[in-house]
Design a protein around this ligand. Sequence first.
Ligand code: AMP
Ligand code: ZN
Length: 115
Amino acid sequence: MSTDTNCIFCKIAAGQIPSKKVYEDDDILAFHDINPWAPVHILLIPKRHITSMQDLTPADQALLGKMMVKSTELMAELGVTGGYRHVINTGPDGRQEVQHVHLHVMGGPRPWAKG
Ligand code: AMP
Ligand code: ZN
């Protein structure tokens, strides 16, 4: 498993930093965002360190597909019935703050803090 010792999401994946975990398997982890924009705001990450969407290869197709499909299952499990938003920020112009690929999923009744 490729990890970056300075990466906060690698540390969360390794259990070295606590998180409010929603789901975990061998490949991916889902946890609540520490600064939620919406009543439910989760992040799905690959456990393997991938810096940004710009670093994906065709070999990552199944991994990213798994994150997308699992995200909808998790929102249903979390009781979100009225819809939700998926967001992935990439690079400086995409305002990516954490340099480890993560899928934001935000939902729950409006109003939201932002977004
Ligand atoms: P982005 O701008 O897409 O890179 O967003 C990074 C997200 O990670 C933000 O929504 C932060 O609130 C969230 N975040 C940063 N550190 C943590 C953490 N330790 N646990 C949970 N979420 C975090
Ligand atoms: Zn990482």
